[in-house]
Structures are given as structure tokens and as C-alpha cells.
Design a protein around this ligand. Structure first.
Ligand SMILES: [Zn+2]
Length: 195
């Protein structure tokens, strides 16, 4: 409560570079305004990212996820809306967070970003409680961590999967497989940032 009040009283600053003003300044927004192809292969939809997971973009994503800068959901949602104009129209499926992370954070961070886009949102993926934090895990370990713990509600929609950071691609691959098995047509994966 106190923190929420303090945030109302203290002037806002850029989550990327601390410049007083908007939640993300113009320069920092520019670093997350692309739509770069990260990965393209036969067995998976193309993976894109708006920016690199480094510098101010990395700082902004961490501020949103771990430092309570929830207002960045609107900023990221706007950036994502702009980027998605370059892709065919589709509903957005946010990559789900671990239930424990959602409780700690107080919100589903990618679902909240999706809610701030102009696209329809289909939160059809679910992670169960046994999934561990994937920080420090390699691609095989990440795939093992998700195996059998990621479920999808049946849907025939055309969808774009959205995530905050694409690292090894293991999470995106597992989510695309679950969506495809459930009947969805996955057109692309779009991440805010990629390593
Ligand atoms: Zn900035």
C-alpha cells in the first residue's frame, strides 16, 4: 500500500535509462520497436523479437517483471501492437508464467501486456505447479522442465504466441507444440526481446 502511494507521489522515470518522464522514453522505446527474425526453421513458426535482451531493453523488461513497474504493460502492449501490424492478423496467446511467479508478482505479466494490445487474447496455455524457474537451465533442461506440465485448451484459432524474452527457444517450442496439438494454427512467435 505504501509503495503504491509512493509511486503516485514520486514522478515517473524511464525504466530503461531513468530519464524523468514516461515509463519508457522515446529512445528506449526505439530499442524495442523492431521486428527482427530470430529463428526460422521448417518445424516451427518464425520467431521474432522487438529488441535485444541487453542494455535499456533488458532493464525495462526486468523492471516490469521484477521491480513492480506494472505500468510498462501499456507501453509494451503499444509497442507490440505496432509490430504486429507487419504480421497477418491473429489472436494473441501469452506464454503462461509459473503459478508461484504469478503469486509473487501479483499478475500474469504477458497476459497483462496482451490485454494492452488491440488484438484479441486467448489465454489457452497453462503451466502446472511443478514447473521450476528456468533461469540457468539449458535448452534440454528447459524442455524437460516443461514436458507434461504445459497444457492447452482446445482451439482452432489462428494465433501468435507472445513472450517477454526468447533465450534458448525451448519454451516457445514447447508452447507451439502444445498449441498445435490442441488444434491451433500458430503463425508466429513474437518476443519483446531476445538474447
Ligand atoms: Zn529511456
Amino acid at each position: 500500500m505504501f509503495k503504491a502511494l509512493a509511486e503516485l507521489l514520486v514522478p515517473s522515470c524511464c525504466a530503461g535509462c531513468d530519464t524523468p518522464g514516461d515509463a519508457l522514453c522515446g529512445d528506449c522505446k526505439t530499442s524495442m520497436s523492431g521486428l527482427r527474425v530470430i529463428h526460422r526453421s521448417e518445424d516451427m513458426p518464425p520467431v521474432y523479437a522487438l529488441g535485444r535482451y541487453t542494455g535499456v531493453a533488458r532493464r525495462a523488461v526486468i523492471a516490469y517483471k521484477e521491480r513492480g513497474r506494472r505500468e510498462l504493460a501499456a507501453t509494451f502492449g503499444g509497442l507490440l501492437t505496432d509490430a504486429l501490424r507487419k504480421l497477418p492478423p491473429a489472436d494473441l496467446v501469452p506464454v503462461p508464467s509459473r503459478p508461484r511467479a504469478v503469486r509473487a508478482r501479483g499478475f500474469e505479466h504477458m497476459a497483462l501486456v496482451a490485454a494492452h494490445t488491440t488484438a484479441a487474447v486467448r489465454p489457452v496455455l497453462r503451466l502446472d505447479r511443478r514447473v521450476r524457474d528456468s533461469v540457468g537451465l539449458d535448452a534440454d533442461q528447459r524442455a524437460g522442465n516443461l514436458a507434461g506440465r504445459l497444457t492447452c485448451v482446445p482451439t482452432r484459432a489462428k494465433v501468435i504466441l507472445i513472450d517477454d524474452v526468447v533465450t534458448t527457444g525451448a519454451t516457445a517450442t514447447a508452447c507451439c507444440s502444445a498449441l498445435t496439438r490442441a488444434g491451433a494454427v500458430v503463425l508466429a512467435v513474437v518476443a519483446l526481446t531476445a538474447t
